[in-house]
Design a protein around this ligand. Sequence first.
Ligand code: BGC
Length: 253
Amino acid sequence: MTATGSGLPFGIDFGGSGIKGAPVDLTEGAFAADRVRIDTPSPSTPDSVAKVFVQLLSSFDDSDGPIGVTVPGVVKRGVVRSAANIDKHWVGEDADRLFTEATGRDVHVVNDADAAGLAEVRYGAAKGRRGLVIVTTLGTGIGSALVYDGVLVPNSELGHLEIDGHDAEKRAASSVREREDLSWHDWAKRLTTYYRKLEQLFSPELFVVGGGVSKKADEFLPLVDIETEIIPAKLRNAAGIVGAALYATESNA
Ligand code: BGC
């Protein structure tokens, strides 16, 4: 068991390969105890995922604050509305209710990129930045968060912009670079097309680039040829958990 102190919010990052969770200290924007990871069940239906959450929480028996959960899809008032890269049974699922019933805790579900965006703006790479910040996550798909003066506009789904007749994430996600064995240079060309489109539509102050590949930002970000400042995320793989815990806490405020 990990002692955490009571009242702390808990964040769960539900991804394609792993489900990770930790209690979060919101004054620091950091884990309050070591993170626990369990493999994502296959198929990752809502009920099987809920069981994993219960198992995960049992490692932290004295955390009793609200729980935030990231989901890689559109989430409106707790209901999942899209499932581009996850089991299709999620569409229409009232995930807030399912997880609240399964865990006996107060659970709030949030889009994964929105959680990362909140965390980066509050504690990370975009801390203190005003105006429009666009946080993108480059992973299996492309996630996006629009944050204006610190306020999130949820479910922007800019990974699905249609560019040259293609769903943008099918051309420029990090998984596509791996699958097609693209050089950094060739991938950066696709990213340039993508971020130029975002620039043209939104004229943001700043782009923040997250996702696992952001730890190799030096290899590709300098090759992305755009006008707007573009920087790597800071919270790395903590962003989802920290952002989800923040979201859950502020949902109750
Ligand atoms: C989904 C988004 C998600 C992103 C990153 C996209 O395919 O539509 O909701 O944020 O992948 O996981």
